[in-house]
Design a protein around this ligand. Structure first.
Ligand SMILES: Cc1ncc(COP(=O)(O)O)c(C=O)c1O
Length: 438
């Protein structure tokens, strides 16, 4: 038996007791539970790379504004369904300042996290036209979105974009859209899990085809402005966060506050719907709602009956934060740049110890350093690698649950790794490499 940082008997015993049939198919939360258990029994801390939790403190501006709102008594009152007017105004300003796209404040709606925004979009856009009953995922992607579509009884298709980058995307995407069954295309950019970032050429292809085939693009910007290869930090000054909204009017933008603003605990995000789509009347919606306008079905139909919007105080918190960002007095990108710096160091440690990056380029540029990166170890399956890394106190998730065709790969998240853990990570990776020479 090889000498490993975590007692292998404990790992084997827990793997047996927890009853996961295939660790490669385990959800992120199942892996989290498994690691918690091993940590508890072994007394050893893991290098936690499985879950995308913000590892930075929440901005004081937002917390203070929330406190002030609570002191002023907002906890007793329902917020407006479509959001506080000052928040809606600041969201529209933010979208203009950082994406160079105009969306009316009316069409900017706060939601309970971006997951609720995605739910509302699938629910409404997925029901506008009975012939368009399928959501297309440009993968790899966030597994929860696929779960939502399944729960809603909608169909889904997907393709891994790995072999369809650049100009090649057009042919692949068009082959999916020309069948006429797609209502919505969803992808995240920067991408969770692979951290690929679509180029302007690719976004233009997606936008133009969405217009041609009358499909709505749901662009998930959960990692807003986190392609640190460019300076996206200045309000109203190019370069802007690249977006499909520059190329089509059939868009919705899902902007989570969880990662970009380190505000995951307060469950708030921004949903921006193009003015055209918000005002669109679709008869198909009358089968599910009392009205046929997309905007009305989103706010008064879906958001009302699922969550009735995020908490009143969180809306005040984000409104104050956005105001400071829009006024140029708070640089949110500077705060989160730390993830890119951690990724650069950690990625090198993996590469120095025999690992390779799965999604390694944006066509002709090396992939950016950010929240996630993807790894494989030549000669091993993802399933085997994920399990084997447990003995070395390193946790990740398998790419096979993300719609990736690269089953050998794992996703590693840098957000929770502290700088004082770098030495331990390096030692563990060296030990892994010695025990698995390649
Ligand atoms: C791509 C993507 N979309 C959405 C979410 C969820 O965001 P929220 O916390 O705002 O619901 C995540 C969280 O990990 C994500 O990675």
């Amino acid at each position: 038996m090889k000498n490993t940082p975590i007692n292998s008997e404990i790992v084997d015993k827990i793997l047996k007791e927890i009853g996961l049939k295939q660790i490669g198919k385990a959800s992120i939360r199942e892996i989290k539970r498994l690691i918690n258990w091993i940590e508890e029994e072994s007394g050893e801390k893991f290098i936690r790379m499985e879950m995308g939790i913000p590892g930075l403190p929440a901005p004081k501006i937002a917390i203070e504004a929330e406190k002030a709102a609570l002191d002023a008594g907002v906890a007793a009152l329902y917020p407006d369904l479509d959001g506080l007017p000052i928040l809606k105004k600041e969201i529209a300003r933010f979208i203009f300042n950082y994406l160079n796209v105009e969306v009316a404040p009316l069409c900017c709606i706060p939601t309970v996290g971006s997951i609720n925004a995605a739910y509302a979009i699938f629910m409404v856009v997925g029901r506008m036209n009975p012939k368009k009953d399928t959501v297309l995922f440009i993968d790899p992607g966030f597994p929860v979105h696929k779960q939502l579509v399944k729960m809603l009884g909608l169909k889904q298709e997907n393709f891994d974009v790995y072999n369809h980058r650049g100009r090649k995307l057009k042919e692949k995407l068009e082959s999916c859209l020309e069948k006429g069954n797609i209502s919505t295309i969803l992808y995240s950019n920067p991408n969770n899990p692979s951290w690929i970032c679509f180029t302007a050429e690719e976004l233009k292809i997606i936008g133009e085809l969405a217009t041609k085939y009358d499909v709505v693009v749901a662009e998930d910007l959960a990692y807003f402005a986190m392609d640190f290869r460019q300076d996206l930090s200045k309000p109203g000054v190019p370069p802007f966060q690249p977006t499909v909204a520059s190329y089509t009017k059939n868009f919705v933008l899902l902007i989570s506050a969880s990662k970009a603003f380190s505000y995951a605990g307060q469950r708030i995000a921004m949903l921006a719907v193009s003015d055209l789509l918000f005002g669109l009347e679709q008869k198909g919606l009358l089968n599910y709602y009392s009205y046929s306008s997309v905007g009305h079905c989103l706010v008064h139909g879906t958001i009302y009956s699922t969550t009735a919007g995020p908490s009143h105080s969180a809306q005040y918190g984000i409104a104050a934060l956005l105001k400071a960002i829009n006024d140029g007095t708070y640089d949110f990108v500077k705060e989160i740049r730390e993830y890119g710096e951690r990724a650069k160091i950690v990625k090198k440690m993996f590469l120095d110890n025999g690992f390779r990056i799965v999604y390694d380029t944006d066509i002709d540029q090396p992939i950016a350093d950010g929240f996630y990166f993807t790894i494989y170890y030549p000669g091993y399956t993802g399933e085997y690698l994920l399990k084997e890394l447990l003995y070395y106190g390193i946790s990740a998730i398998s790419l096979s649950i993300t719609g990736s065709e690269r089953a050998e790969g794992l996703r590693a998240c840098v957000s929770l790794i502290q700088r004082n853990q770098f030495e331990m990570l390096e030692e563990r990776l060296q030990c892994f490499h010695e025990n698995h020479p390649n």
